[in-house]
Write a protein that binds this ligand. Structure first.
Ligand SMILES: NC(=O)C1=CN([C@@H]2O[C@H](COP(=O)(O)OP(=O)(O)OC[C@H]3O[C@@H](n4cnc5c(N)ncnc54)[C@H](O)[C@@H]3O)[C@@H](O)[C@H]2O)[C@@H](O)CC1
Length: 446
C-alpha cells in the first residue's frame, strides 16, 4: 500500500473530528464553535476541522495560543470564513462547544497560562478534545499540572495509553475513534474487545465432563466475614469451571452449601482462590493453597502475606492494598497506576490485577490490558470477592494467568453494567448476572 502523505491523514482526522462535533451540536447552521489552537499538527487538525464546520454554517472562532499555527489549517479556516483572534476578550462569550486543539501526542504534560485562562473563561461549555485532552501525559496516563477535562475525545487511528489508564482516562469523557488508515505499532496497553472476549472465553468441548472443564477451590471467609466466602464462591460458581470446592470452617462451609448446593468440599483443584474475608486465617489459607502447586488468585487479606515470587498466579489488589505490598502511599499508586502495576508484576513475577475505575492487568513481561467495561456502581462491598472467584474459575478452566485476569476483569465490569442498568447494584446481583452476560455475548457469535 502506498504511504499516505501527512496532509491526507490530517484531512481524514479533521473530517472525523468535524463530523463528531456536528453530531454533538445536533446540526451546523448558526452554532458557535471556539477552537483553542496550539502550534503543532494537533492545532492543524482543529483548524482544518474548523474550516469544514464553517462551510456547514457554523460560526467558528479560533484562539491562537502560540505565535506559530499550522499554516495550511489557518489558511483553510480563513478561506471558509472562520475568524482568528489572539486575546480571550475578543472572543464571543458564549460558544456552544470548545474544541481543545492545544496539543496532542506531541505535547508535554501541563498547560501554559494562556491556555488555562482560556479554559477557565469558558468553564461549563462542553469541551471536545482533539486526539487527547491537552496537558495529560499521553504515554503513561499520568497528570502533572493543569490539563483539559473533556466531555468527548475524538482520537485518530488507535487508542493511546492516556485514553485507557487513569488518571488521564477520566479526563477524556466519551471516546470516539476515527480510523484514518494509519499503520499502527504494537500497542503499549491493550483493551479487550467483545470479539476478543468471545475468542478467549472457555467453552465446553463436545464430550466435556466436569473434571475436564476444571475444578476451582476457594479458601475464603471467617467467622467475622462469612459473606466473603459466599461471594467468592458465587463468583467462582458461574458455570465457567466444571466444579467448585470450598474449604473453610464448618460454620462457614455449611452456609456456603446452603447458598450453593452444587459446591463440594476438599479435593484436587486446578486453581485456588485465597483471601477474601480471611482475616487472621489468611496466612494459613495462602500456605495451604501454595502447597498444592497450582495457580492461585491471591486477594484481600492474603495479599499482605505475599513475600516472594508467584509465577503463574494472579494478585488482585486495589490501590490501597498494592500500596501496602509495595510500601508506598495509596496516593502514589493512584497517581501512577500503570508504573506501579507493571513494577509489581515484575517484582512478584506474576500477573497483577489492579482494581479501579479502569482496572489494569499487568504481566511480568510488561504487557498490560486496561479494562474498558464497568460502572462506578461496582464500587460496592463484596464485588471484589466475586471478581477473585471469577478469575479463579477461569484459571481452573485452563486459561493462562494474564488471559484469566483480563477476561475476568472485562466480564466482571460488563456484568456490573448489565446488572446496574444505570442504578445501584449489589455483589449478589452482580454474580447472578455473569452467566446472563456471557449468554448474551455468545449469542452474538457469528
Ligand atoms: N501521527 C499522525 O500520523 C497524525 C497526527 N495527527 C495530529 O497530530 C498531532 C501531533 O502533532 P505534533 O507532533 O505536531 O504535536 P502536537 O500538536 O501534539 O504538539 C506539539 C507542539 O506543541 C508544543 N507544546 C508541547 N507541549 C506543550 C504544552 N504543554 N503547551 C503548549 N504547547 C506545547 C510544542 O512546542 C510543539 O510545537 C496528533 O495528536 C494528531 O492530532 C493527525 O493530523 C492525523 C495524523
Amino acid at each position: 500500500m502506498a504511504r499516505l502523505h501527512d496532509g491526507a491523514l490530517m484531512e481524514r482526522a479533521a473530517a472525523g473530528l468535524a463530523a463528531a462535533v456536528l453530531d454533538l451540536l445536533g446540526g451546523g447552521y448558526g452554532r458557535r464553535v471556539l477552537l483553542l489552537v496550539g502550534s503543532g499538527d494537533n492545532g492543524g487538525d482543529g483548524l482544518l476541522a474548523g474550516s469544514m464546520l464553517a462551510r456547514r454554517g457554523v460560526r467558528v472562532e479560533a484562539l491562537l495560543l502560540s505565535d506559530h499555527a499550522h499554516a495550511a489549517g489557518l489558511a483553510a479556516l480563513r478561506a471558509a470564513g472562520g475568524l482568528t483572534v489572539r486575546e480571550v476578550r475578543d472572543l464571543h462569550p458564549r460558544p456552544d462547544v470548545v474544541i481543545d486543539a492545544i496539543v496532542g501526542i506531541g505535547g508535554r504534560p501541563g498547560l501554559r497560562p494562556a491556555a488555562v485562562e482560556a479554559l477557565e473563561s469558558f468553564a461549563g461549555v462542553p469541551v471536545v478534545a482533539v486526539d487527547v485532552p491537552s496537558g495529560v501525559d499521553v504515554d503513561t496516563g499520568e497528570v502533572d499540572g493543569p490539563h483539559v477535562t473533556a466531555d468527548l475525545t475524538v482520537t485518530f487511528g488507535t487508542h493511546k495509553v492516556a485514553h485507557l489508564v487513569d488518571p488521564a482516562a477520566s479526563a477524556c469523557g466519551a471516546l470516539h475513534a476515527v480510523d484514518i488508515g494509519l499503520d499502527l505499532p504494537e500497542p503499549a496497553v491493550e483493551a479487550l474487545q467483545p470479539a476478543d472476549v468471545r475468542r478467549l472465553l472457555p467453552q465446553p468441548a463436545l464430550h466435556a465432563h466436569k473434571y475436564t472443564r476444571g475444578v476451582v477451590g476457594v479458601r475464603a471467609g471467617s467467622s467475622t466475614y462469612p459473606g466473603a466466602a459466599l461471594l467468592a464462591v458465587a463468583g467462582a460458581n458461574t458455570g465457567l469451571a466444571g466444579m467448585v470446592r470450598y474449604v473453610g470452617s464448618e460454620a462457614v462451609a455449611s452456609r456456603v452449601r446452603e447458598a450453593h448446593p452444587e459446591v463440594v468440599g476438599e479435593g484436587r483443584v486446578q486453581a485456588w482462590v485465597v483471601g477474601p474475608g480471611g482475616g487472621n486465617d489468611a496466612a494459613a489459607m495462602l500456605d495451604a493453597a501454595r502447597a498444592d502447586g497450582v495457580p492461585l488468585v491471591v486477594d484481600a487479606d492474603a495479599l499482605a502475606h505475599v513475600d516472594g515470587t508467584l509465577p503463574g498466579c494472579v494478585l488482585t489488589p486495589h490501590a490501597g492494598e498494592l500500596a501496602g505490598i509495595l510500601g508506598l502511599a495509596r496516593e502514589e499508586v493512584e497517581a501512577r497506576p500503570l508504573a506501579h502495576v507493571r513494577g509489581a508484576a515484575d517484582r512478584f513475577d506474576c500477573v497483577v490485577l489492579l482494581k479501579g475505575h479502569r482496572t489494569l492487568v499487568a504481566a511480568p513481561d510488561g504487557l498490560v490490558r486496561a479494562t474498558s467495561t464497568g460502572t462506578p456502581w461496582l464500587a460496592t462491598a463484596g464485588a471484589g470477592d466475586v471478581l477473585a472467584g471469577l478469575v479463579g474459575s477461569l484459571l481452573a478452566a485452563g486459561l493462562p494467568a494474564f488471559d484469566a485476569a483480563s477476561l475476568g476483569a472485562w466480564v466482571h465490569g460488563a456484568a456490573g453494567t448489565r446488572a446496574s442498568r444505570g442504578g445501584p447494584l449489589t455483589a449478589t446481583t452482580l454474580a447472578g448476572s455473569i452467566p446472563l452476560l456471557m449468554r448474551d455475548l455468545l449469542a452474538r457469535q457469528g
